[in-house]
Write a protein that binds this ligand. Structure first.
Ligand SMILES: NC(=O)c1ccc[n+]([C@@H]2O[C@H](COP(=O)([O-])OP(=O)(O)OC[C@H]3O[C@@H](n4cnc5c(N)ncnc54)[C@H](OP(=O)(O)O)[C@@H]3O)[C@@H](O)[C@H]2O)c1
Length: 236
């Protein structure tokens, strides 16, 4: 049995990752979200699959909620095999209303905190449990928009936040305190979710299937690399 912790598991890519892990079998998913009482689809999945999904409250921006969730995982599982830092934000109108001339440090900070700082804090909190696993992995759900090389303009805050997330993954990969843990960062594709919109390229089903195949095949040589959901390696 492989133990997974996923942030933002109540909808979008996080919910689909959880659904597919449950369907495949062999995994116990600690499916975390900031408001379990409103997570109807996730609660239904947990109800229909007893013993395979544990729903936990975790707001990635709230360190006490991170600590409580990690405590609950350690009470239920001997180790954590995979942490997927999936939760993220890209407020509607980020392109138009938050361009140069309209930038505020508050709006920039909110994105950078949620998309880059908090996943690092969650990873730090999970490290001890991860190091008890045989092949522990940390997966950042980042974005192609975080690639510095591929950038040709676009939304400041989101691009900056995902570039910082990529850097966090890269530093973690070389950190002796993370010994034995393989850390990667990923682009899930342009996905049909609330964030991606209905006109996006691929379904959450295809994105999650690709990500899970990638995660299950990860080797220590992949530590510190940046992958698309289909396994292609991306430019930084
Ligand atoms: N969709 C795309 O095309 C696309 C492309 C590239 C990268 N990504 C990345 O993929 C990840 C998942 O995106 P998605 O498309 O599934 O987006 P989504 O449908 O908007 O879902 C975002 C998830 O993140 C959660 N979240 C936001 N802030 C949180 C917080 N403070 N604490 C805990 N959870 C929080 C949301 O929870 P609530 O329901 O409580 O808000 C929700 O579960 C994100 O990191 C996103 O940046 C998506």
């Amino acid at each position: 049995m492989q133990n997974y912790l996923i942030t933002g598991a109540n909808r979008g890519i996080g919910l689909e990752l959880t659904r597919q892990l449950v369907t495949q079998g062999g995994a116990l998913v600690f499916a975390t979200c900031r408001a379990p009482e409103r997570a109807d689809n996730l609660n239904e999945l947990a109800r229909d699959n007893p013993g395979k999904v544990t729903v936990l409250q975790l707001d990635v921006n709230d360190e006490s909620s991170i600590a409580a969730a990690v405590q609950a995982v350690s009470a239920a599982a001997a180790s954590l095999d995979v942490l997927i830092n999936n939760a993220g934000i890209f407020p509607k109108g980020d392109h138009a209303s938050r361009g140069l001339g309209n930038l505020t440090s508050e709006a920039l900070s909110e994105l950078i905190t949620t998309n880059a700082v908090s996943p690092l804090i969650v990873t730090q909190a999970c490290r001890d449990l991860l190091q008890l696993a045989e092949n522990p992995r940390v997966v950042m759900i980042s974005s192609g928009l975080g690639s510095v090389q591929a950038t040709r303009g676009g939304p400041y805050a989101y691009r900056m936040s995902k570039a910082a997330m990529n850097m966090a993954a890269r530093v973690l990969a070389f950190d002796g305190a993370m010994a034995g843990i393989t850390t990667i960062t990923t682009h899930p594709g342009w996905v049909q979710t609330d964030m991606g919109g209905a006109g996006a390229d691929i379904t959450a089903t295809d994105s999650a299937a690709g990500l899970l195949a990638l995660i299950s095949g990860l080797k220590s040589a992949d530590n510190g690399r940046f992958f698309r959901y289909d396994g292609a390696e991306l430019d930084w």
